[in-house]
Design a protein around this ligand. Structure first.
Ligand SMILES: C[S@@+](CC[C@H](N)C(=O)[O-])C[C@H]1O[C@@H](n2cnc3c(N)ncnc32)[C@H](O)[C@@H]1O
Length: 292
């Protein structure tokens, strides 16, 4: 089942954005650091750590510091992102890059100690399949740590587009409770979920749009937008965004969701509550709490 995201288009957008990504991904870097801070000091020794949806590898040095004995493997399906990761972190010294899709990880079952995935899940067209893959490759007791965005993310932008036409222009995001349910249904144990609201402020709505474009985050709705984002249309969206101006700045809200869970012990069944996790659909994850 598909969430409506065009996976090839997502990959193309991130591949195109690779050269500009790091300079504009300040929020993503901040969330990545906060995600790692969700771990207790005592948590988990590791020999193999995956950074899934690694982008240009910005989190890799922090992962190497956290697990100095481990091999860190960056996985991404956008090759230009991986090339940047390989150029920035010396491959070989405990670091590898692997081209692969989070929905079909090119790794053996039970082979990974820690999966870290910062702001990747919301780009996957079948989040349930991603959770199933995470579970498959994690060793029993291995740690899953990921962040994603919740439904309030970019609500100002959604509303500004909504004032101009009735078509969806900003991705729908999964509610935190549905993600927690999805983890349990995928067989993970002891899930710990947290959410926080972060706000980035801009002088102009155009600056927000430029940031989103520069990190490749324009693609999810782009098919629907393409015919509609002429200059005049965009000018009306920008005008509508002005309604949110506070103290001379325009806010862009992000609802950040952090999730930590452990892979189950050996022998734990792959099915839960009669649900086949391999076909666990985003529709069932999203429930009625998605807002577009
Ligand atoms: C918003 S960026 C986050 C990058 C990095 N984790 C960070 O914190 O800066 C999302 C990344 O996930 C990758 N990605 C999205 N869907 C993916 C998938 N199905 N399989 C592998 N990588 C994917 C994109 O290519 C992109 O590099």
């Amino acid at each position: 089942m598909s969430s409506g995201l065009d996976r090839r288009q997502v990959r193309r957008a991130f591949a195109r954005a690779a050269p500009t990504y790091a300079a504009h991904a300040l929020l993503q870097a901040e969330v990545g650091a906060r995600l790692l801070a969700q771990l207790d000091e005592s948590d988990t020794a590791a020999t193999l750590v995956l950074d899934v949806g690694s982008g240009p590898g910005s989190s890799v040095p922090a992962l190497q510091r956290r697990w100095p004995q481990a091999r860190v493997v960056a996985v991404d399906f956008a090759l230009p992102m991986l090339r940047l990761a390989a150029a920035q972190v010396s491959v070989g010294a405990g670091f590898d890059c692997v081209a692969g899709d989070a929905q079909a990880l090119p790794l053996a079952a039970d082979s990974v100690d820690v999966i870290y995935a910062n702001l990747c899940l919301q780009w996957c067209d079948d989040p349930g399949l991603v959770l199933a893959e995470f579970r498959r490759v994690l060793r029993p007791g291995g740690t899953l740590l990921f962040s994603t965005f919740g439904p309030d993310t970019l609500h100002e932008l959604r509303s500004a587009f909504g004032a101009v036409d009735a078509r969806p222009h900003v991705s729908g995001f999964i509610d935190m409770h549905d993600i927690g349910d999805g983890l349990l249904m995928s067989g993970f144990r002891d899930p710990v979920m947290a959410r926080e609201d972060l706000t980035v402020t801009y002088a102009h709505a155009r600056d927000l749009m430029r940031d989103l474009h520069a990190i490749g985050a324009t693609n999810a709705a782009s098919q629907r937008m393409r015919a509609l984002t002429g200059k005049r249309h965009l000018a009306r969206v920008i005008e509508a965004y002005e309604a949110f101006r506070v103290d001379g700045r325009l806010p862009a809200s992000y609802e950040v969701v952090y999730a930590r869970a452990l892979a189950p012990d050996p022998g734990h069944p792959l099915r839960n509550a009669g649900m086949d996790i391999a076909s666990f659909s985003p529709a069932s994850l999203r429930g009625s709490r998605v807002r577009r």
